[in-house]
Design a protein around this ligand. Structure first.
Ligand SMILES: [Zn+2]
Length: 54
């Protein structure tokens, strides 16, 4: 369900749907929806578009 929502969101943004791994174990990761790069420490949502991560 989350996955489908994500793909719809990405499609709406006009971005190619692709397999993106949000690596929350890395120091920084990139939001698959808005491509914002942000620090992962304590973050479970994209600070830019509020996309939620696992
Ligand atoms: Zn985002």
């Amino acid at each position: 369900m989350h996955r489908q929502h994500l793909e719809q969101m990405v499609a709406r943004e006009g971005l190619p749907v692709r397999d993106v791994v949000c690596d929350l174990d890395a120091e920084e990761t990139q939001c698959p929806a808005c491509l914002t790069t942000f620090k992962t420490a304590g973050v479970r949502r994209c600070p830019s578009c509020s996309l939620r991560f696992y």
